[in-house]
Every structure is written in C-alpha cells, then in structure tokens.
Design a protein around this ligand. Structure first.
Ligand SMILES: Cc1ncc(C[n+]2csc(CCOP(=O)(O)OP(=O)(O)O)c2C)c(N)n1
Ligand SMILES: [Mg+2]
Length: 565
C-alpha cells in the first residue's frame, strides 16, 4: 500500500524531503518487490543509489540488461511484480526484448530508466548515449512500446504518475515504463494527496456477466474449462482450482499452462495441443458445447500445433483479466478474480468429471547406455517433486518436457508465446530469488544457454541455488529438425566446456558434472538434489536425437510450412 510522502529525519536532526528516486523505490517496494534487477550507469545512478540505500529493496546486478529483463520477468511471474533499472538508451534498448516478452506473456515488470538531466535536455546538449542530435525523446517511445503504460517523471507529477502507472500495469498485468531525468530523481518529491487505485469489478457488470455465464452453463450439454496462464501470473491458482472443483467440469491446459493445476487432479483431462492432443482430450475440448476460458488462453501456432484441430470460437466464454467476452458481447469492468470467486459459488448440475490420472512414465535404460531422449524425459519426471519450480527453455527440451506428466506440486514457467531463446537462464535466476523456499530447476539447450549463460555467475553471487540441466546436443536441434537439411552450418555452435562454466563464473562449491551415460546422469541427479548450493549438469545428447513431439514435427514439414512452389 502507498504511504503518504513523508519528511525523513536525518542523523543531524534536520528534516530532509524524500527524493523522487527514494519515493519511486519505496513505492515499488510497497508492491511486494524486494529485489531490483539491472545494470548501473551514470544517468540511472540516483535510482541505483536509492536502491542500494533502501532497507527494503536489494540491488541485483546482472551481466547485461537483456539478462536483467529476463530475470525480472521470472521474478514477476512468482511475486506478481518486479523492478528493472537500466540506463538511458544503451541500457534500456538492450532490455527491450525481455520487457516486450514480459508484455506478450503478461508479466508485470516496472522498467525504471534514468535519463539525462532535465537541464541538459532543456538546452539540447550533445550527450553520451544519444544520437548526438540534442534530442532526448528518441528512445522513450521505443521503451514505452514494450510496456502497457509509461510516465516521464518530474517532482510535481511523481506521486500521481506512479499511482497511475501502477494501477494501469496491474489492470493489464503488463510492464510499465518509468523514465526519470537524473536531476529530477534527486529533487524532493512534491506531496500530493492520492490513494492507490485498486482495479475492481463494477458490481452491476459482474452480476450481469455471472447471470449470462450461469445460464450458458445450465444450457450446455458439455463444458470444459481452460484455465489460462494469466491465472498463474496473478497468483490465482487456488481460486481457479476452487471454481473448477465447484463446477465439476473437466479442465485442460495448453503448453502455456503446464502444471497450473496438478496433472494428478481427477478433473484433469489432458493437454490440448490441437490435432496432436490425446484423442480423448481432443474430443472433450472440440466436442464441448461450451468452453470456459478462464483468463484468456493464447491459441497460437505453438499451443495449437500449427493451428491444427478444430476449435469453434463461438462456443467460448472468455473471462479476461478485466472483461468477459461471450461471442460478440463484451462486458467490461469485470475482474478475473471476482468471476472465479463467483463461479466457486455455483452448484454443479451433475457429478464431477473424473478422468483417469496418468502415472509418470517409467524410467528406462541401463546405466552404461548413452543418454537418449527416450530415457532422459522420464528421468526428469522422476527427478522432479512437489516444491520444484521448473523453468523451461524454448527448444527441443521444452518439447520433451511439456508432454511428460509431472508430479503434483511442480510449477512450470516457460516463454511459449514470445519464445526468445536465452530467456530461461536468467528467468530461472529471477524465479529462484523470488521464492527461495522452492527449488528452482532450469532445463535448457546449450544453444539457448550460450546467449545468457554469464548470469550463472549472478546465481552464484546472490546464492540462488538453481539446479541447471544443459542438454548439449552439438547445436540447434530444434532448427535442424524443422528443416529439410539438418546440416546447415548456422545450426552449429562453438563447442563450450559447459560444465566448467560455474567455476569460471565464480560459483563457489557448486556441484558440477558432465554426463554421457544414464548411470552418470542418475548419480549426478542425486548429487544435485542433495547439493546445498547450486548444481550444474551438462548432458551429452545425440546430434539428431529428438523427443517424440519434435520427431513428429520433423515428419510433417510439408504440412507445417507448405510445399515448395
Ligand atoms: C532470440 C532468439 N533467437 C533465435 C531464435 C530461433 N531459435 C529457436 S530455438 C533455437 C535453437 C535452440 O537450440 P538449443 O538451445 O541448443 O536447443 P535444442 O533444440 O538443440 O535442444 C533457435 C536459434 C529464437 N527463438 N530466439
Ligand atoms: Mg542444442
């Protein structure tokens, strides 16, 4: 909650007004944020200083701004919001991919950028980190595009603008961009009597939406619930589960909601991936009279396996973060959390759906065998346990893990829609800092890892005890599989000694291993689990050995991309 702007007592007894920078940091801390990811720079020094001297927010220096933005995204997915601080131009532009990804995947990152001073802007000084043209608005619009709202802060507008952007970012659960000229950052904030704006449903709109939803449910012969990834972003997993249990309908997930509600839940009817779904799951979804979309599922080419399957959008009721859509009718000002709690009050019209929970796949292979994908993915499922948060990288690994049933209590984070490789390594770092009570497991391919591996050093430095699995299959396997010619040189990589990275990057006492056989992998998994610090396992896989979902795609290239004209 916001606090009134106050005067601070200094040790000398004089009274000092709160600076803009201190106010911003304090106000973001009140949003539940206690870490700030970023890279320092002179224009952003006042913000860095405010964080470093804050008792509430800790500075988490990353190797570069792209990593910092991914880490902030990971943190925000767990905590509900994150803070990212970068410097003008060079810093903020490096962060844009990650912040834009957070926008696409609805993760709330407050991106605070230090700008050149107002005084220098006013007289159009030629300054570093600019195009040398005396123009200072060149980058604001670029960074603002990666956010759902933005503000250029000055001492007079600071209190009001912070409330506006916080409320708007919360309403959409997307990033906010906050730019602060460096001299203004040090100026005293002008007090303003503003209360935090908490997004709430309009009671009449909520009632109207619920009446329509209840009527549609009553008249439907079959209903399936689709809890969307936004439920996890807003921390509403329990509320969604309560609603689904009260209604008794089967529920399915897409790749973006893997393990959102435990896969052992009796109402779980499988993962919907278009025509590649299990036939029973496909029938439940595509044959349903009513599809209750809770949060706005994202039916993109990945989640629908290249738009395969047949989903009739007219049978959807979509409960968005802030509205309900039934066909062409939109009821605005209705919050997802309120619809979930109203749904939980409805009575089921028939006995709850009871699916046959699928067990974990059996672990196979002998200790001396080379590590195949057929043996690797069941081993991940056997290794994972409730209380683990798995961060999955785009690539063959995510196509191997997502179809594998995982134990209840495992949480999965992946960037399925934006799909920017390199995301998972820093995101795992952010996830681990956001909730040290859970064990964070990173599963990545080595090609993706090469983009952002330097922040394994930050994991060691800040005591983020991640267990890292790096699949080393001599290149970009997913790309080899999606092309007629698997041997284009652009899918090859510099052959790093991955298992040596933690040591080189300063991780003290980490367990590390490079494994080529199943026996070595099993031993390494045991040691990693027992490790009190981080752990890093490089798994040597075959250059063209792919999980079944990727092998399937490999056999469907013409269907996926069309024949050559
Ligand atoms: C930033 C970015 N650059 C390029 C791509 C294209 N891309 C998608 S997957 C991939 C290769 C992943 O290789 P690796 O991490 O080694 O996983 P593998 O499939 O080999 O297991 C590439 C280059 C992307 N998605 N994002
Ligand atoms: Mg690879």
């Amino acid at each position: 909650m916001n606090k009134p702007v106050r005067q601070t007592d200094t040790p000398s007894g004089t009274v000092k007004a709160v600076s803009v920078a201190d106010y911003i940091v304090d106000r973001l801390a009140a949003e539940g944020i206690d870490h700030c990811f970023g890279v320092a720079g002179d224009y952003v020094f006042p913000i860095c200083d405010a964080v470093d001297s804050s008792t509430k927010v800790k500075w988490i220096g990353c190797s570069n701004e792209l990593n910092a933005s991914y880490a902030a995204d990971g943190y925000a997915r767990i905590r509900g919001a994150a803070m990212l601080a970068t410097t003008y131009g060079v810093g903020e532009l490096s962060a844009i991919n990650g912040v834009m990804g957070a926008k696409a995947e609805r993760s709330l990152v407050f991106h605070v950028v230090g700008m050149p001073s107002y005084q220098n802007q006013r007289v159009h000084k030629i300054a570093h980190h600019t195009l040398g043209d005396g123009v200072f608005g060149n980058f604001v619009n670029l960074s603002a595009c990666a956010a759902c709202c933005h503000a250029v802060i000055n001492p007079e507008n600071c209190v009001v603008e912070m409330e506006r952007v916080i409320a708007e970012a919360r309403r959409n659960n997307q990033p906010a961009y906050i730019a602060v000229p460096s001299d203004y950052a040090l100026s005293p904030v002008a007090p303003a009597d503003v209360k935090p704006i908490v997004p709430r449903s309009n009671p009449a709109a909520l009632q109207k939406a619920m009446a329509i939803i209840a009527e549609r449910i009553k008249n439907a012969k079959s209903v399936v619930a689709f809890p969307a990834f936004t439920i996890a972003r807003l921390g509403l997993q329990k509320e969604a589960q309560r609603a689904i249990e009260a209604l008794g309908f089967p529920f399915v997930t897409t790749l973006m909601e893997k393990c959102l509600i435990g896969e052992g839940h009796p109402q779980f009817a499988g993962m919907y991936v278009g025509a590649t779904s299990e036939p029973k799951t496909r029938q439940i979804v595509e044959g349903a009279d009513l599809i209750l979309d809770l949060g706005g599922v994202n039916l993109n080419d990945i989640t629908t396996a290249a738009y395969s399957g047949q989903l009739d959008l007219s049978r959807f009721i979509t409960v968005g973060l802030d509205d309900v859509r039934i066909g062409d009718q939109v009821i605005a000002n209705v919050r997802l959390e309120d619809v979930l709690s109203e749904l939980a009050k409805l009575k089921p019209s028939s006995a709850p759906y009871k699916g046959k929970p699928q067990g974990l796949a059996p672990v196979n292979g002998s200790p001396s065998d080379k590590i195949t994908m057929a043996a690797l993915y069941p081993r991940y499922a056997a290794f994972l346990r409730g209380g683990d948060t798995v961060v999955l990288e785009t690539g063959s690994s995510s196509l191997g893990v997502t179809p594998t049933i995982l134990p209840d209590g495992v949480r999965v984070e992946a960037q399925v829609l934006w799909g920017s490789i390199g995301w998972a390594t820093p995101a795992a770092f952010g996830v681990a800092l956001a909730d040290p009570s859970r064990r964070t497991i990173l599963i990545t391919g080595e090609g993706s890892h090469q983009l952002t591996a330097n922040d394994v050093g930050a994991m060691g430095r800040f005591g983020a005890n991640v267990i890292v699995f790096v699949l080393n299959n001599s290149g970009y396997l997913i790309e080899r599989a999606l092309e007629e010619n698997p041997n284009w040189t652009y899918n090859d990589l510099a052959p790093w000694n991955y298992a040596e990275l933690p040591k080189a990057l300063g991780c003290v006492d980490w367990f590390t291993a490079r494994v080529t056989t199943l026996g070595e992998l099993d031993e390494a998994m045991k040691s990693a689990r027992a490790s009190k610090t981080g752990a890093y396992i490089e798994i040597i896989g075959g250059k063209m050995d792919m999980p079944p979902a990727l092998a399937f795609a490999h056999g469907q290239l013409k269907a996926m991309y069309g024949d050559t004209p």
